[in-house]
Design a protein around this ligand. Structure first.
Ligand code: ADP
Ligand code: MG
Length: 610
């Protein structure tokens, strides 16, 4: 019997292997763009014809290749990015497998033109079906240009699997968007059949996000930024009102690599919990940077997955960072967000200098200059004389009019928080549910239960940290019995409960005795209160990333808060408002429910046609 095993010819091996890396035109786009990024280009241009089926061309001004490298780069496993297996855990480049160009050359007609800066002449190579057709010196600008024509021309079965141009184009735009988002400092452009699709000047991440996802995000982005020794997170989340019914604008990058992670997506969604309707998806563009040692990116060339050394840390961190950002920037739902498009576009809403701004700068000298109905943007610089004295005036001078553009809206919101506090002593309870009051911006409608939850949460949090709540000794200590599981749970909580004013002692196997209750809390049935607290606590137990303390705080705030239907006295209303606006966060309950809405006077005027 003759031997039957052959080595496959290189071009067939490449075609088979290409299936892993190049599944559709968009995969080639991704690989070529990433190569240009890895080559330190500052300008990267993408051209496609026929949704990439006829042509994909990427031109960069990066470091280029020598003549030998230009020939080498098409070999399988040819890479300049790693040498030793250990390097795999220190990767800072996008590529490292050395397979992309070999795969591309195996399934298309490729032309490469490249020149290193400082060299007088470049190299031209033509290769198709993995066979070099031409290699010669050629005049070329610094950098690299690669075009691939007729992808899968030699693998008809795969060519037939390509989708419609519209569908393939969507994939290409997706890949382009991901790369362009991760590198806002690089200029990117894209054109399709000769038509400009994107032209993205280098700039800030925020600008890049708005360029790619639309202007409507300009004033709707919340800055996320936290730094630790282990990892940094930065980027933006959309304000709650930008959440959509479809999972669209969600981007997560780890060391600039786009990844899909349902787990981390869950962390972000969780941070938005109760701020957006359940079936909506928040917008986010978030970057995590950490030492590559804590990562394994070698999962699969196209799966967009990576493995973290400790995924739980990342989860908790992402969630906390997003929550913190949302709280810090006081994302209060105001009625503006519910307006229909017509009103949104009206001048009172869209003009940059609003009532809010007027208050913010009301005390500054510059304010005097804004005469004409606050229309700052109509005032020419030459019409204004700014004595260059005082920081306030120069900060608001017209050539630096940022305070009135959406760019700085986050800061405005931060400034605004204290100004939300009601003024005067005008308030009344409404429907035993709401307290209506007034602040400098307009009317304030406060949800009494939510407000009280916030107040209690902060009060109890202080009690656990520094200042235990006073206890009132029970005259007739009640006893109660629990199941084995609840017994264990309660025993675990006894110390903290003491700080919160409950003195409970074990009294037999599954029995407890209540020796004291919080003295500021005078509700009859202590036993059922304890049982309810345990129930609530168990509910929060389903949140694995809450600490024991957090679960207890939330259960207490929730259980002890005054409810809808409770008639409040004048004094109680006053105390509630005073305490609420002394809290570190005023506008959301710990669970993220809004505490109040603001009905702005500017909005009311608008409604009445002013
Ligand atoms: P990888 O990116 O995984 O190293 P590729 O097949 O994509 O593998 O590229 C092979 C090599 O070719 C790269 O390691 C790099 O040295 C070189 N190369 C590819 N594209 C470019 C480019 N646009 N500019 C400069 N060098 C490039
Ligand atoms: Mg590559």
């Amino acid at each position: 019997m003759p031997d039957i095993i052959n080595l496959l010819p290189e071009n067939i091996a490449n075609q088979i292997a290409a299936g892993e890396v190049i599944q559709r035109p968009a995969s080639a786009v991704k690989e070529l763009l990433e190569n240009a990024v890895d080559a330190d280009a500052t300008e990267i241009k993408l051209f496609v014809n026929d949704a990439g089926k006829a042509l994909i061309k990427v031109v960069d001004n990066g470091k280029g290749m020598s003549e030998t490298d230009a020939r080498m780069c098409f070999e399988r496993h040819a890479t300049s990015k790693i040498k030793l297996i250990d390097d795999l855990f220190h990767i800072r480049t996008m590529g490292f497998r050395g397979e992309a160009l070999a795969s591309i050359a195996g399934v298309a007609q490729v032309e490469l033109k490249t020149k290193k800066s400082g060299e007088s002449v470049g190299t031209l190579i033509e290769i198709d079906n993995s066979i070099v057709r031409k290699q010669e010196q050629a005049a070329a600008p610094d950098g690299t240009s690669i075009s691939m024509k007729n992808v899968f021309f030699n693998v008809p079965a795969r060519r037939n699997f390509l989708k419609s141009n519209a569908a393939e184009m969507r994939h290409i735009v997706d890949e382009f968007t991901r790369v362009a988002l991760s590198f806002p400092q690089i200029f990117f452009s894209m054109s399709s059949n000769g038509q400009d699709v994107f032209h993205l000047e280098s700039g800030s991440l925020k600008t890049r996000v708005v360029q790619l996802m639309g202007n409507h995000y300009a004033s709707k982005l919340v800055n996320v930024k936290e730094e630790t020794d282990y990892l940094n997170i930065y980027g933006f989340v959309g304000k709650p009102e930008t959440a959509k019914k479809t999972r669209g604008d969600q981007y997560f990058f780890v060391n600039n690599r786009f990844i899909k992670s349902p787990y981390l997506n869950h962390a972000i969604t969780n941070a938005f919990k109760d701020m957006i309707p359940r079936e909506n998806f928040p917008m986010y563009v978030l970057f995590i940077d950490l030492d590559p040692e804590h990562l394994d990116i070698n999962v699969h060339p196209t799966k967009q997955e990576i493995k973290f050394e400790d995924e739980k840390i990342i989860y908790a961190f992402v969630k906390a960072a997003v929550k913190h950002a949302l709280a810090q920037f006081s994302i209060t739902p105001t009625l503006d967000f519910e307006l229909d498009a017509k009103i949104q576009q009206s001048s009172a809403i869209s003009q940059p200098f609003t009532e809010k701004d007027r208050i913010a700068v009301g005390n500054t000298r510059i304010y005097q200059a804004f005469t004409q109905k606050n229309q700052a943007h109509f005032i020419e610089r030459s019409n204004l004389n700014y004595p260059d004295t005082g920081n306030a005036a120069s900060a608001a001078a017209p050539d630096s009019r940022e305070p009135f553009t959406p760019e700085l809206s986050n800061q405005q919101e931060r400034m605004e928080a204290p100004s939300r506090k009601p003024v005067g002593e005008k308030w009344f309870q409404f429907q035993k549910r709401f307290i209506v009051s007034e602040n400098v911006n307009g009317l304030l409608v406060i949800n009494q239960q939510h407000a009280h939850e916030r107040v209690l949460y902060e009060r109890y949090s202080k009690a656990l940290k520094q200042q235990p709540l006073p206890t009132q000794k029970s005259l007739f200590p009640a006893t109660f019995e629990l199941s084995a599981a609840d017994t264990a749970l309660l025993i675990e909580l006894l110390d903290e409960l003491k700080l919160l004013g409950y003195i409970i002692e074990p009294f037999g196997k599954h029995t407890f005795i209540i020796q004291g209750t919080p003295s500021d809390f005078s509700l009859g049935n202590d036993v059922s209160m304890i049982e309810e607290l345990l129930e609530e606590y168990k509910h929060y137990n389903q949140q694995p990333d809450f600490s024991k303390r957090e679960k207890l705080l939330r259960s207490f705030a929730c259980r002890h808060s005054i409810k809808q239907g409770y008639q409040m006295s004048e004094k109680e209303i006053k105390n509630l408002i005073d305490e609420l606006f002394g809290c570190s966060v005023t506008n959301f309950t710990p669970d993220g429910k809004p505490v109040f809405v603001e009905l702005k006077y500017t909005y009311l005027d608008e409604m009445f046609g002013k």
